[in-house]
Design a protein around this ligand. Structure first.
Ligand SMILES: Nc1ncnc2c1ncn2[C@@H]1O[C@H](COP(=O)(O)OP(=O)(O)O)[C@@H](O)[C@H]1O
Ligand SMILES: [Mg+2]
Length: 280
């Protein structure tokens, strides 16, 4: 579904951001891209969204070379990819509800769908009680949950999260990771970039490691990765510790936040089914 084919990117000032990178991400996968600051993670994301052009190579999304999509149709691509960023990018003069509703308005979704879907996704990220708060009346973790609600409200095929926990404390970090994991469990492909080892350890999912523009390691084989993780820490409980000791004591809370109710799960499954039917 996502395929980087020998992608290199040299910026105008000659900095090599990507150096012959190839990998693919299948529908339904949860792929984490890790690496130090400057490794090329954000550049990879920008390539997929067609915000930057590769110097050589090509990036495919659902068999389409994204850099051959005409400008007039680029929004169609971007609507299939929900995005979440480190700095949340919420509109400060709109409430949580309005921020999410706005994403539906610009996608030309009818009013009745907006009225029914917005409260639903905000409930999903456990913010039903704060939907009328403005961003400056929400914690960092809550703002990021609004951003996730906004990213998923139009039922994208993929959610891309570029360092979504970069500005968050360990507990909020854990909540965000659990929500992304749940979204993935319900059928949406997730691409996450992070430089937080704890996040990766707790995920037990595919990890692509970037170093100075190269993809140097790809734990595509999940069974291998599982085995590796098992060596480090055996049970989920201990993966909480991997994020930060503090997260462990909040685990009860955190699971409540990430715990989607049956009804909500059914609605997402229905939406995903509808989408698959449309794609056929
Ligand atoms: N717009 C740009 N112009 C010039 N160099 C850039 C630009 N964006 C990123 N870079 C450089 O490309 C490299 C990779 O950056 P980036 O993809 O942002 O890495 P990461 O997200 O892993 O921190 C860095 O050396 C960075 O300085
Ligand atoms: Mg970055």
């Amino acid at each position: 579904m996502i395929y980087y084919d020998r992608v290199s990117k040299i910026y105008a000032d000659n900095s090599v951001a990507l150096d012959d990178v190839s990998f693919s991400i299948e529908p339904g996968e949860f792929a984490s891209i890790v690496g130090h600051s400057g490794a090329g993670k954000t550049t990879l994301i920008k390539m997929l969204l067609a915000e930057e052009r590769p110097t050589s190579g090509a990036v495919f999304f659902e068999s389409t070379n994204v850099h051959e999509i005409p400008m007039s149709r680029i929004n169609t691509l971007r609507r299939k990819i929900g995005t979440v960023f480190q700095d949340f990018k919420l509109l400060p003069n709109k409430t949580a509800y309005e921020n999410v509703a706005f994403a539906m308005e610009v996608a030309d979704r009818p009013d009745d769908e907006i009225h029914s879907d917005v409260p639903h996704v905000l409930e999903l990220v456990d913010l039903a009680d704060k939907m009328n708060n403005f961003p400056d009346e929400l914690s960092g973790g809550e703002q990021q949950r609004v951003a996730i609600a906004r990213a998923i409200v139009n039922q994208p095929d993929v959610v891309v999260a570029d360092e979504p926990t970069g500005n968050l404390d360990p507990v909020s970090t854990f909540e965000i990771v659990q929500i992304l994991k749940k979204i993935n469990d319900l059928g949406t492909t997730v691409v996450l970039t992070t430089h937080n080892k704890g996040v990766i350890d707790s995920l037990k999912k595919r990890v692509i490691t970037m170093d100075r523009g190269k993809a140097i390691c790809d734990f595509a084989d999940l069974s291998d990765h599982d085995a590796l993780l098992r060596q480090q820490r055996r049970v989920t409980d201990k993966h909480l510790v991997a994020i930060e000791p503090a997260a462990n004591s909040f685990a009860g809370n955190v699971f409540d936040v990430a715990g989607f109710r049956d009804r909500e799960v059914a609605v997402i499954r229905r939406a995903n089914r509808r989408r698959r039917q449309r794609m056929r």
